[in-house]
Design a protein around this ligand. Sequence first.
Ligand code: HEM
Length: 399
Amino acid sequence: MTETQATSSAGRAAGCPFAPAPELYAAQKLDELPRVTLPNPLLGDFDAVLVTRYDDVKSALANDQLRMGGSMPYQAGNLLSYDGADHTRLRRMLTGSFTTKRARELRPAIEGVVGSALDALAAAGPGADLVEVFCNPIPTLVICELLGVPYGDREDFQRRTKVALDFSVSREVQMEKAAEMEAYMAGLVARHREHPGENVLGRVVREYGDQLTDSELAGIGNMLLIAGHETIASTLSASIALLLQHPDQLAVVRDDPSATDGAVEELLRYTAPAAVLPRQAAGTMCVRDQEIKEGERVVASVLAANRDPSATGQDEEQGQGSGQDLDRLDVRRPPHRHLTFGFGPHQCLGQQLARMELRVALPALFTRFPTLKSAVPHDELDYRTNALVFGVNTLPVTW
Ligand code: HEM
């Protein structure tokens, strides 16, 4: 097996953080899947089989021998802590709350949240940090809707979320704030046990409350907060930063509502915020006829897979392998089945909601602020490349 060392945990190219590192393109061309040593903010350095081709990533993530294993710290109620039948059972309780129809029903609430973030931006400017005023508040307030956080608690909830998810503070402070958040969730669960609301937590309590413990219900709340906050905030910040560097593409998002859905898919494909998905083999298995032994770790690179020109199974009009230049951002690209939301049993539960948030937020921002521009040179932007989720730490803009 080929031995190689990847440059960063997510394998992003130095100097061009949207692109995969050259090692990932090289790995795609190898006959064998290489073994790499990867740094990981949760696991420390670890050895893993690196999977980079589109078809291989799909086949690996769909293989039931590949488990989350110890890839994430265990938390009751968090789907990413479960595998197999336990995972299926818990996931089934939640899927009804995350359908396309449900995302459509949430659209007016999302428009309200985006509208108030835009008002706050107008009041803060002409000049502000978009991450602080726009990208962070939107997902937090949408999660408040999902969990039924009362309006009176929302400011406090936003403040707690910000600290609990701020990975730049010490581990101790983070744990302390996470514990405060868990206590808040426990209170919210108790309220829903008594009066189940018309939201995700209320629905789960009504339909499955007798099958779930309070700590599992609180864990579901925490999972939605963690899975639905950083991912959206980061996709928004990365997409806006990218569009500000491509004014022709930005103009399409701003001026052509019929292009919105496709543009959001292209931005998801290109930014791939959760760039690597770690797994562990529960038994001996194969990816592309190559044996992976029980206990071995595997890392699937979504970032590389999304740009793999040899991808099969794309839409008819693209043909096998599409032959398109997948390194280019093209918001009018014909549909491409990117893997940004993962694949297989753990595929993102919130993907329709995520799409809806992006479809509402991005055109609304550029329509309300048509002269929006970066307040710093593009090459001085503070990208977050080594965290689990890629984004921009601060995004100073003017208009
Ligand atoms: C653009 C935004 C988002 C991206 C890029 C994203 C990406 C992902 C990915 C890649 C996975 C699979 C992880 C793995 O296989 O290891 C995942 C799982 C998950 N996501 Fe998302 N996500 C986003 C937004 C959301 C939102 C808004 C929610 C809900 C509020 C959410 C809830 C979840 C949950 C619950 C899981 C675990 C599913 C399971 O294990 O069965 N995500 N997400």
